[in-house]
Design a protein around this ligand. Structure first.
Ligand code: CA
Length: 315
């Protein structure tokens, strides 16, 4: 009896939270359209000769579409539904089959998951303690991105946060920041140490999240600082068989009952880290790691799907 009533309370809380989230989405959606309207007039101002800054208006739109999502309290940015050309004709063989992908709208973390956020997750859930000494060597404060986390750690964190890891397609779509067919999140201008934390930067470790300018969607460090785990299996030839709508590589993963811990195949990592060569910081660049791998330059960020249900166990 007692157990049942607890479950009932949890269920009603879940309904309330879901309702609240739907309302947030509704308002964010309405606001987004309103701001698109405003942006259009901004554009009119631009072509009639008024001083204008398209980049600024993009930042404003996405900045206002940001939500704060509990329990991790991270800021998330609304990414509108749409289609894009995934891959690169000039890239490595696994990127070269450029294909059209259509995605449902979603929210994505504005920043990489930080040490502070991960610490909160560990304290609240009793999840396995990371090697904090090793983490501190490459991520020195709570504002630095979490590193040295396996794919299992990243998925467990995402579940706790009521989120999931991005699909590889969501990641690339978000990283492109609304630009079409460009090399980097900022366009085709060459990478240098003012734009991201990578091999040529003098850091030799991570820097606090948000240290560099955001892309057109208002997302920071999509390339550089830490590589970011995706949910997909890494399949070099996936682009040849990928469905065009909301693709995800590999067999479906059960997030219930820790089914994800049975996953043994390589998982996608994207964006390049603080120790990566410049070619790995291209938005189309693909790589994979074993799910157990804990690497000093690999972290993650999460997404919150809008139309599908995120499985969340009552705590
Ligand atoms: Ca990154």
């Amino acid at each position: 009896m007692h157990h049942d009533s607890k479950r009932l309370i949890s269920a009603s809380e879940a309904v309330k939270e879901n309702l609240l989230f739907q309302v947030q989405i509704l308002f964010a959606g309405m606001f987004y359209h309103f701001l698109t309207f405003l942006a259009f007039f901004g554009f009119l101002g631009c072509i009639t000769g008024t001083r204008s800054d398209t980049e600024q208006s993009i930042t404003r739109v996405d900045g206002d579409a940001t939500i704060r999502f509990p329990p991790s309290g991270t800021e998330m940015v609304f990414i509108p539904a749409g289609e894009f050309e995934m891959g690169s004709r000039d890239g490595a063989p696994d990127e070269q089959l450029v294909h059209t992908v259509r995605l449902t709208e979603f929210y994505i973390d504005k920043y990489e998951v930080t040490v502070g956020q991960y610490r909160k997750f560990v304290h609240e859930t009793g999840a396995a303690f990371p090697d904090w000494e090793e983490v501190a060597r490459y991520a020195q404060t709570d504002q630095h991105p979490m590193v040295n986390v396996s794919w299992y750690d990243a998925v467990a964190y995402a579940k706790w946060a009521g989120k999931t890891l991005p699909t590889e397609a969501q990641w690339e779509y978000a990283a492109r920041g609304g630009l079409k067919g460009k090399v980097y999140p900022w366009g085709n201008k060459a990478l240098d140490v003012t734009k991201a934390n990578y091999e040529d930067s003098s850091a030799g470790k991570t820097v606090p999240v948000g240290s560099y300018a955001p892309n057109g969607y208002g997302l920071h460090d999509m390339v550089g600082n830490v590589w970011e785990w995706c949910i997909d299996e890494y399949l070099a030839d996936f682009y040849g068989t990928s469905p065009d709508r909301d693709p995800v590589a590999g067999p479906p993963i059960s997030l219930l009952d820790d089914g994800f811990r049975k996953v043994a195949t390589r998982r996608v990592v994207r964006g390049g880290g603080w120790d990566a060569a410049s070619r790995r910081l291209r938005v189309a660049y693909r790589d994979g790691n074993g799910p157990r791998g804990k690497v000093d330059s690999v972290g993650f960020r999460c997404v919150r799907p809008i139309r599908s249900t995120v499985n969340k166990k009552p705590r």
